[in-house]
Design a protein around this ligand. Structure first.
Ligand code: UD1
Ligand code: CA
Length: 485
């Protein structure tokens, strides 16, 4: 099957330097949503991938396509056709024509209609018959809207057979009353499409080559026209402005929230969660308000996530407690661990079971074994930490010398007193204790107390006293007289 995605339009109403199809919904460009669905219905066997008609901001769109195909080879099959001047949807499709296989039907999608489901498109493709080439029917995805204004209307005859599509700007009053609209998504027989597109004229209210005019041509040629509708209206909604984008974002997020709840996740408020990637949860996970999930996140059963956490590309084990305002990125958290509030786990933080990372503790590129704790104000970077280690408040691994990063190794059962600096590379032996305030520059032997600290002394000493303070002896003097004669 040929798939063409029309994406050359400007999107004036967005008032953005970014081409409209690159505006993001759930953290992904609109066009990427459409491409994901297109690739999923086209199947891996297909010789060529979807063809994106680019025009406005073509360089940006091409750059985006190059970047996504680097990250995911499936996008490598996607190609583009340039529509240098935007003369209408029919003219846009004409630019892709040389790339279309005439033996296969052509599915037309819009780059700014991001949420059409695979199910709906498969239904539409099937409706077009599945018979190869020009013999396939013409299938239109339509929708009945209470407010159809702005859309092309589906014109039917007395028997209900489709006669054509009339654009709002060209419609008569009677036609404007029609509630059934053209979503723009359709499947066409490619052989005939070639002929029809070449016959399009721009003698209409907008002076454009309307793709919708091919419907009447198909009727004339005796090609059967069939229609079907999507289950939900959001599937066919296009984005023209930032408010429409924001509305669609909330609809999409609410759908995701409902799926999560169906899968056994508790959400404090389904209207206050944002998933910008994939979130997989076990049963009885609970998520408080305001959490944002990005990239691929998995959360195992029974884990509780407090309010306003941001979690990206991470794997969270069973029964973990993540307190409010924690930021977790590229981390692994073992079961029963307790994180936050205000904890920061950065890429490469790999925590085993029952690890406690408390407030204002940052962990980066470090493995921490089971039952270890860093509960307050610490930085653990480029480290290997053993089991049952206690990292005191204010402890810092000094991993960076201004040029290179160095490793700190802390073996099992170590106790690190508060405000300790571990100047890497350095090793703390099993069972060692570091006294508070130690600046460790050499390895600490196992099972001993190591402390680097200036010796404490006490002296007889008079604290300096402010002179003016002594003058205030006259307590009875009125305040207003202060400083005056
Ligand atoms: C189009 C349909 C209308 C339908 C509506 C659904 C036509 C003539 N009209 O109207 O029946 O109800 O969509 O939203 O087809 N595009 C190009 N090149 C162009 C013009 C448009 O690539 O020269 C792309 C746009 O980027 C967009 C899509 O085609 O992705 C639709 O264009 P738009 O201008 O929004 O079409 P409408 O006038 O809304
Ligand atoms: Ca539109």
């Amino acid at each position: 099957m040929n798939i063409v995605i029309l994406a050359a339009g400007q999107g004036k109403r967005m008032k953005s330097a970014l081409p409209k199809v690159l505006q993001t919904l759930a953290g992904k460009p609109l066009l990427q949503h459409v491409l994901n669905t297109a690739l999923s219905i086209q199947g891996k066997g297909s010789k060529q991938g979807p063809i994106v008609v680019v025009g406005h901001g073509a360089a940006d769109v091409k750059e985006f396509l190059a970047n996504v195909s680097k990250a995911d080879p499936a996008f490598g099959k996607v190609s583009t056709a340039l529509q240098a001047e935007q003369k209408g949807t029919g003219h846009a499709l004409l630019q892709a024509l040389p790339k279309l296989d005439p033996q296969e039907p052509t599915l037309v999608l819009y780059g700014d209609v991001p949420l059409t489901s695979k199910k709906t498109l498969s239904k539409l493709v099937k409706l077009a018959d599945g018979v190869r080439g020009k013999d396939c029917a013409l299938a239109l995805l339509t929708q009945n809207l209470t407010n159809p204004s702005g859309y092309g209307r589906i014109v039917r005859d007395a028997d209900g057979s489709v006669q054509g599509i009339v654009e709002e700007k060209d419609a008569s009053l009677t036609q404007k009353a029609i509630k059934e609209i053209n979503t723009g998504i359709m499947v066409l027989p490619t052989g005939s499409l070639k002929k029809w597109l070449k016959a399009l004229r721009s003698s209409n209210a907008q002076g454009e080559y309307y793709l919708t005019d091919v419907i009447a041509m198909a009727v004339k040629d005796g090609v059967p026209i069939r229609t079907t509708q999507a289950d939900d209206e959001f599937e066919i909604v296009g984005v023209n402005s930032r408010d429409q984008l924001a509305v669609l974002e909330r609809v999409h997020q609410l759908n995701i929230a409902n799926q999560l709840m169906d899968a056994g996740v508790s959400l404090a408020d389904p209207a206050r969660i944002d998933v910008r990637g994939s979130l997989e949860c076990g049963t009885d996970v609970s998520i408080d308000v305001g959490c944002v999930f990005e990239g691929a996140v998995t959360v195992a059963a029974g884990t509780k996530i407090g309010p306003y956490c941001v979690i990206r590309n991470s794997v969270i084990g069973k029964g973990v407690t993540i307190h409010a305002y924690s930021h977790i990125d590229g981390a692994k958290v073992g079961q029963q661990s307790i994180i936050g509030p205000y904890a920061r786990l950065r890429p490469g933080a790999d925590l085993a079971n029952d690890v406690h990372i408390g407030n204002f503790v940052e962990v980066k590129n470090s493995k921490i074994a089971a039952n270890s704790k860093a509960n307050h104000l610490a930085y653990v970077g480029d480290s290997i930490v053993g089991s049952r280690v206690n990292i005191g408040a204010g402890t810092i691994t000094c991993n960076y010398d201004g040029v290179n990063k160095h490793q700190t190794i802390i073996e099992d059962d170590v106790f690190i007193g508060s405000d300790t600096q571990l100047v890497a590379p350095v090793r703390v032996g099993r069972g060692a204790t570091l006294g508070a305030g130690t600046t460790l520059t050499k390895d600490a032997p196992p099972n001993q107390l190591t402390v680097s600290r200036a010796k404490q002394i006490s002296l007889q000493w008079q604290r300096p006293v402010k002179k003016e303070k002594k003058i205030t002896a006259k307590k009875s003097a009125p305040k207003s007289a202060k400083g005056k004669k």
